[in-house]
Design a protein around this ligand. Structure first.
Ligand SMILES: [Zn+2]
Length: 446
């Protein structure tokens, strides 16, 4: 079953306490007058409960916006292996604070998530914490070495029910390996997600190859490196394949290629990060390691094209690419800072600023690009569902007008490498609910 009437086809879920929760005074999708939403045993049972409704727990949303719980297809929680920078516990806490009820954590751990037992360990830890469903992404190739495929079928059938495979962090460069991966994935009906950067074209580069990097003398990573892989893989998906997902689209040219692929009915989906939508390479002259990321921040014309593509649906969804790094890995010179930045606790606020606040889109758009589409792409039951009676109570409550400033030391994430430090945003996630359990309540987090 893949409809919202049950929660099958995910690994064993932690037992949830039975009982009721009343979310008082909340506006589904930010529309209409506030209503009271009653949840029983993990499901929405009444979307217009009376004001004097009693419940085991009450959450006063003060007229805030109610959205389906957010789903992030792309995070790095660093466990196993780099628990000094993030753990499943700190990452899941950051996710719940950001409004997320499900995240997909990439396979570039140590050891690499290329076997069922490693994936099962990640899934079980997430369920024990019960803050957010933490789905492990399986590696496409053993050890992320790009040479031989992992056992997709065994990981898909494991208790972790791995449904997405990616070598993210590195590109699957070899076209024959990519072809075989797409063919294998078709048989198991799993998703292949590509980190599209041709390794030879980006070798040694640390910044977008453009006028700014030229002026600063930084070695470049050209748009071509991304675009060449995107079109190659789209053609492989057309002729051999299955569904293909492009991670963190960063260039205006890639948007054109996605339009071409969609016009040919090639089953390609894609994601964009909040940082590629909001930031450009302009502030690189500060040489701030927090701005180092792969693919790199590009020019204003790229960011504009990405925003428009998300509005038009050419890019399907937002994913954070939340990538914690220790301070010592980020404070060295720009060229040697490790690529990646935090994203889980700031993404909703950034999307609201870029699209809702200027009136370019409404909260239904946010629900689509941050919850419904990612859940559909990964075929994840029970998440990204409509706000309706009978649906699982995976929810996020947002105060759209509660200005707050990003202070790294107040983030739940174990690392502090955010390029948004000191920036003030209006929208804030005030509560998150996972199958009826409150996993985040602003001001009340432990
Ligand atoms: Zn990546």
């Amino acid at each position: 079953m893949t409809n919202g009437a049950c929660y099958p086809e995910v690994g064993p879920l932690a037992a949830h306490p039975r009982g009721s929760l009343l979310i008082r005074s909340v506006r589904p999708y930010g529309e209409g007058a506030p209503v009271n939403v009653l949840i029983e045993d993990g499901r929405i049972v009444n979307m217009s409960a009376p004001a004097d409704q009693t419940a085991d727990n009450v959450l006063d949303a003060a007229g805030g916006v109610l959205l389906p719980g957010l789903v992030d297809m792309h995070v790095h929680l660093r466990e196993p292996g780099r628990e000094d920078t993030e753990t499943i516990a700190t990452g899941a806490r950051a996710a719940s604070r950001g409004g997320f009820t499900a995240v997909f954590t990439m396979a570039n751990t140590t050891p690499v998530t290329d076997q069922p037992i490693i994936a099962e360990g990640v899934w079980a830890k997430g369920q024990k914490l019960n803050l957010c469903d933490v789905h492990p992404v399986g590696a496409i190739t053993k050890g992320l070495e790009g040479a031989s495929l992992t056992e997709f079928g065994m990981m898909a059938r494991s208790q972790a029910r791995v449904r997405m495979f990616s070598d993210d962090g590195v590109c699957v460069d070899n076209p024959l390996i990519m072809r075989r991966a797409l063919e294998y994935a078709r048989g198991c009906d799993v998703l292949i997600a590509q980190h599209a950067e041709d390794a030879r074209l980006v070798a040694g580069g640390c910044a977008h190859e453009g006028p700014m990097a030229g002026r600063l003398g930084l070695p470049g990573r050209p748009r071509t490196a991304e675009e060449a892989i995107v079109i190659r893989d789209a053609l492989l998906a057309r002729d051999f394949g299955n569904r293909l997902h492009i991670c963190h689209v960063s260039s205006a040219g890639t948007v054109e290629l996605l339009r071409f692929a969609h016009a040919q009915k090639i089953p390609v989906t894609s994601e964009v990060t909040p940082h590629h939508l909001l930031l450009t390479d302009e502030p690189l002259d500060r040489f701030d390691g927090a701005l180092r990321v792969n693919p790199p921040l590009r020019e204003a014309s790229d960011a504009e094209a990405l925003c428009q593509a998300l509005l038009d649906g050419d890019i399907d969804c937002v994913a954070t690419d939340h990538a914690p790094h220790g301070a010592e890995e980020k404070c060295c010179d720009f060229e040697h800072a490790l690529p990646g930045m935090l994203g889980l606790e700031t993404s909703l606020a950034i999307i609201a600023r870029l699209f809702v606040e200027p009136g370019l889109a409404d909260w239904r758009f946010v629900a689509r690009v941050m919850s419904e589409r990612p859940a559909e792409i990964v075929r994840l039951p029970g998440q990204g569902r409509p706000l309706a009676v009978g649906e699982p109570a995976n929810l996020a409550v947002i105060d759209p007008d509660s200005p707050w400033t990003v202070q790294p030391d107040q983030l739940a994430s174990k690392s502090k490498n955010t390029p948004f430090a000191g920036m003030t945003f209006n929208a804030r996630v005030t509560a998150t609910v996972l199958r009826g359990k409150v996993t985040h309540r602003l001001g009340n987090d432990s």
